[in-house]
Design a protein around this ligand. Sequence first.
Ligand SMILES: Cc1cc2nc3c(=O)[nH]c(=O)nc-3n(C[C@H](O)[C@H](O)[C@H](O)COP(=O)(O)OP(=O)(O)OC[C@H]3O[C@@H](n4cnc5c(N)ncnc54)[C@H](O)[C@@H]3O)c2cc1C
Length: 479
Amino acid sequence: MTFINQLSMIPGVLVTQNELLKFEASISGRIIYATDRDYDEARAVWNGMIDRYPEIIVQCATAQDVVKCVNFVREHDIHFAVRGGGHNVAGSSVCDGGMVIDLSQMKQIFVNPQSRIARAEGGVTWGELDTTTQKYGLATPGGVVSDTGIAGLTLGGGFGWLRNKYGLSCDNLVAVEMVLADGRHVRASKDENVDLFWAARGGGGAVGIVTAFEYRLHPVGPEVMFAFVLHPASNARDALRFFRSYVETAPDEVSAMAVLGRVPHTDAFPAAQHGKPYVLFGAMFTGPVDEGERILQPLRDYSTPIVDFSGVMPFTEVQTMWDEDYPSGEMRYYWKSTYLNKLSEGAMDLLIERAYHAASEHSTIDIWHIGGAVKRIPTTASAFANREANFLIGVEANWERRIDDNCNISWTRNLLEDLQPFANGSAYLNFPGLMEGGESFLKKIFRSNYPRMIDIKEKYDPDNLFRLGPIEKYREDRS
Ligand SMILES: Cc1cc2nc3c(=O)[nH]c(=O)nc-3n(C[C@H](O)[C@H](O)[C@H](O)COP(=O)(O)OP(=O)(O)OC[C@H]3O[C@@H](n4cnc5c(N)ncnc54)[C@H](O)[C@@H]3O)c2cc1C
């Protein structure tokens, strides 16, 4: 028996040479080791703060590859991470040592325009899915940046520009195909493996690896009215009051957010405004463009804007509007969140004061309005538990240099702590910081659904093979 260091940094893991060779031969995708030329590219994730060195990266080509990986890591007690689009802020799709089960090359998409259903494999990004479904004038609710993976975003919930009209990404799942801890590859829907389907919608991949997602599609675009306007923050409180009253009466067709930040130093903005505080109103109208123009106009007319990028544009363009602001691998990111039932005066004051004194000029505070279809789904219908709040607050620290890590992370944590008197005590799984907080963080995510999540975990994954959280935590737990 040979001790193969490459395969695990956990002491005591034994894999024979034969077993490894047999495993390699069974995989139809690609296997990448540290000695391969593209190893660094394959291990890199979106957050530049994350720098981890897996021993083996298996770029799966098929669901059967995923099955073989799951069986291999379980049988040999090898720790692992699962990768979709690689955009998790905590970097939970890559691990130090062990194996990355990487689905990013699984890119098949099928659209059935008659039944209005799309089936997309686990490595698809939102840009790829939107471009394909838009060929038929259809779309499903996704995120607001196109290179984010459908996998992680959908499994954790999924807030985007279609949410108030059609719900979260996970609300639009019709079925998933997933690999369970025991290696079975099953389909889950409202009629099959109902409890797995429940846990897949908001459970963040805690019960298995999803190899394919089936989404309900809706007629969208191809052109939509989109408001994207930066107002000066000279009276930011008044601007947020205006936003609050606007969304209170806006129809479900409007999914809106307000963002507090500072004007980027790029040519897209007037030089005199660079670095100055802004209040951004962003909103998409899911419906006829002329009606959208009328209904979104007040967001544009609120003041004399710094810049107004609003207009009638292709839905696919709306979906890429923020892409440039979130470069992959270059910047360091730490994002956390909480939910507010109401945007009180105290909460607004705190958000304004902190936004414009952030440690980095790239950081923002995002106020997502939640309404319409998201709220009509009962909390017990799926693992996603936070539906009653009216606002999701995303606190995004975005910065450039390692030396600034501590002050940016502290800025986010301090604000979250100070927001607690105004908040409802919960958090969004997909804005997880570094997934610190362990069980108390998970309780904030699943809230009243936590006991059912635990029951389903015990039924399908009693040894907790699929852990929510970074691999370091896994090691700590084992030692
Ligand atoms: C630039 C940017 C923009 C964003 N915009 C939005 C937004 O508009 N709305 C929103 O709701 N969220 C948004 N997010 C948050 C986003 O939802 C999460 O970062 C999400 O985890 C990304 O999914 P991924 O597949 O790209 O990431 P990955 O890092 O690949 O995976 C995320 C998590 O899911 C697990 N996972 C991945 N694939 C699978 C699978 N097939 N089966 C089981 N588990 C799996 C991973 O192990 C990991 O823990 C954004 C994030 C970024 C970085």
